[in-house]
Design a binder for this molecule. Sequence first.
Ligand code: NAP
Length: 316
Amino acid sequence: MAGGPTIKLNSGTEIPAIGLGTWQSKPEEVISAVEYALKEAGYRHIDCAWGYGNEKEVGEGIRRSGVPRSEIFITSKLWSTRHQDVEVALDESLSALGVEYLDLYLVHWPICLNPKGNHPNFPTRPDGTRDVIHDWPIWKTWEQMEAVLKKGKVKAIGVSNASEKILEELLPHVSVVPAVDQLELHLYNPQHELLDYLKSKGIVAQAYSPLGSTNSPLHTDEHVTDIAKKYELSNTDILLGYLLAKGMVVLPKSVTPARISSNFDGAIAALNKLSKEDVEALDKLAPSGKQKRIIMPPWGVDLGFRNWPGQSPLIL
Ligand SMILES: NC(=O)c1ccc[n+]([C@@H]2O[C@H](COP(=O)([O-])OP(=O)(O)OC[C@H]3O[C@@H](n4cnc5c(N)ncnc54)[C@H](OP(=O)(O)O)[C@@H]3O)[C@@H](O)[C@H]2O)c1
């Protein structure tokens, strides 16, 4: 069935549990990747962001696919230089994508960067550190997220890269609890405790970099290879199926048609085959020494994550 398995959000809508990632997909590649994913591979969920600089081309791919807008779940994200003018930033994404609403809009990082700084995406101070506005609390951004939700420009709102510490700062101020938290989640960065916390708050976890991103060490993990052999699946299938089995949304990125297809079909095949014992064994790999976080931009702010060297205790 097109779209694959779904997960219910606290907003009441269903999100397809497998979405196509688009970070680092070059504009000239992403048109055909998105078209292929929707038309040929069964995807009904595309994960975008203003910060990826390719929303215009993602929109073109969506139109070329011929799949009706109403059947597609589209996420975009508010970039850090836009925390003070959420609706204007959202309108830019809607216009670039060529759609009238988003299914989900996320605060990309819980950090406000100077909108009048020396760069539109990554403003820096004279000493080279990022030009962060430290006295802008996340709830001020969230108030504006709630306003665009109320206006109907987006169907659900959520956060990304929000640790328990950030959510504890935010939640006392909200009228609408974030529907999702999009996080670096994969075999080597499973963030077990944060997942438990999100569950307790009714927030769905979305796994970004589920394959370990570019040049990933995950593809050759020997434990994954053993499980893959047992079920005659690929290692990638197991990496994705493991996350699905834990109740997350997965967002594998690819611009390669064969991989776009196999990631979708393989994730579902692995979800159907992995046993409780397989999942428990995979859960233990990071705590027993394989822990590795990959995406660590030099914000110069402690986001409150564990296993972020130099910022928080190196424990799981
Ligand atoms: N919220 C955030 O801050 C945040 C941060 C990072 C990512 N994300 C989202 O999450 C998505 C996924 O994360 P990601 O792009 O970092 O990494 P990823 O999906 O874990 O890995 C993408 C890499 O794996 C390759 N690949 C894909 N399928 C493969 C397969 N079957 N076999 C071997 N290699 C394969 C891709 O190559 P090809 O494309 O060349 O096939 C690409 O190099 C992003 O695209 C973005 O939408 C969000």
